[in-house]
Design a protein around this ligand. Structure first.
Ligand code: NAD
Ligand code: WQD
Length: 331
């Protein structure tokens, strides 16, 4: 797994071990810290093999493929800050697309068949109909980051269409939040968090004075924007299901796409209220204007994932916020 020391990757490592896989972590620690590996070691009772390497480094990746002979790749490694991608588009295209192509080129040479790609609900933009299914048309991305996810999907689709011997799945994640219930691993925010839950957690610890709700004049029941927040452990388990499905495929070439969300939308105020109920903390917040580039609402249709991946979410929004809060208190 590339990006295995990151937020979603580290939680997926736990789920993979629980399911009997042996994950090998490749990460350049551009957005993680070694303490995540220490947390993983404590959860699992043993260390996982890891390489501090950049997946854009084809010769280093070639050595890792040759040494480890992986049965499959889960490609999490990417730069993911939407705002930063607008300022540094080339850095995003290079890191997110070049790393993908390096891996796809190595796979046939080392007889690696299975590939799981971290895509995003960002590829849907503001859909006309909700919930969004995988057949809902993608819309032009509003950021270079979003573009890298749409282009990444297309690169994989074209490789499979060319009869390259790979079997691939793109998982379109909705909004992952939460942490492992042990509070030994979780999301590491960098600088001032742009995302709702990391910001809210820092308000709860009084690192920040108040939360601004970006917009309360949307056409939603309480006027605030709606997203599909999924517990990161539920998201992690979807990767196990995806790898298992790919392992069952006889065909040399296979490609499919799955939405990975809960199927339920929650507003910004729902999140604040649930956090307050779970923790007993009163969150100071103010209602502010809409944030540029934001969509009003999105949530997933998860029928295809439920049936096709034999997977479903098990954890509630309250559990996710409680787990995130316990992790935050360790930082
Ligand atoms: P993250 O930043 O926590 O994890 C990514 C990891 O990849 C980090 O540990 C980073 O150090 C590593 N990395 C980055 N570039 C690398 C490179 N060139 N070589 C080796 N390692 C590299 O992010 P995350 O939230 O865990 O996201 C994982 C994936 O899921 C990303 O592809 C992201 O775009 C995608 N995704 C995330 C979200 C979200 O809201 N978190 C939503 C949809 C999709
Ligand atoms: C959620 C809601 C904000 C902060 C981003 C990426 C997307 C995907 C998921 C990777 C919105 C509101 C936020 C705050 C607020 N990532 N908000 N006050 O915008 O759905 O998506 O993460 O693929 O590509 O763009 O998530 O957590 O930033 O915002 O009111 O201080 O919370 O306006 O309505 P978003 P988010």
């Amino acid at each position: 797994m590339t990006g295995g020391a990151g937020f979603i990757g580290s939680h997926t490592a736990v789920s993979l071990v629980n399911a009997g896989f042996e994950p090998i972590i490749v990460d350049n620690f551009s957005n993680s810290e070694h303490k995540i590996l220490a947390g993983l070691k404590q959860i699992l009772g043993r260390a996982l093999t890891h390489y501090e390497a950049d997946c854009n480094d084809a010769s280093e990746m070639e050595r890792i493929f040759a040494t480890e002979q992986p049965m499959g790749i889960i490609h999490f490694a990417a730069s993911k800050a939407v705002g930063e991608s607008v300022e540094k588009p080339l850095m995003y295209y290079r890191n997110n697309l070049n790393s993908l192509m390096v891996l796809l080129e190595l796979m046939p040479r080392h007889n690696v068949r299975s590939f799981v790609f971290s895509s995003s609900c960002t590829v849907y933009g503001q859909p006309e109909q909700l919930p969004v299914t995988e057949a809902t048309p993608r819309l032009p991305a509003s950021s270079p980051y979003g573009n890298t996810k749409a282009m990444g999907e297309d690169i994989i689709r074209d490789c499979v269409a060319s009869k390259m011997p790979i079997r691939a799945i793109s998982l379109r994640y909705f909004n992952p939040i939460g942490a492992h219930p042990s509070a030994l691993i979780g999301e590491l925010p960098r600088g001032v968090p742009a995302n709702l839950v990391p910001y809210l957690l820092q308000v709860a610890t009084k690192q920040r004075a108040s939360l601004t709700v970006h917009g309360n004049d949307y056409s939603t029941p309480d006027g605030t924007a709606i997203r599909d927040y999924i517990h990161v452990m539920d998201l992690a388990e979807a990767h196990v299901s995806a790898l298992q499905l790919l392992g069952q495929k006889d065909a040399d070439s296979f490609y499919d796409i799955f939405n990975i969300g809960t199927g339920r939308g929650a507003s910004v105020l729902d999140l604040i209220n649930t956090f307050e109920e779970v923790t007993g903390i009163t969150l100071p917040y103010t209602l502010g204007p809409r944030r540029a580039g934001d969509i009003e609402q999105i949530y997933a249709d998860v029928i295809k994932a439920t049936e096709g991946l034999n997977w479903q979410t098990k954890r509630s929004l309250a559990e996710a916020l409680g787990d995130a809060w316990r992790w935050q208190q360790t930082l």
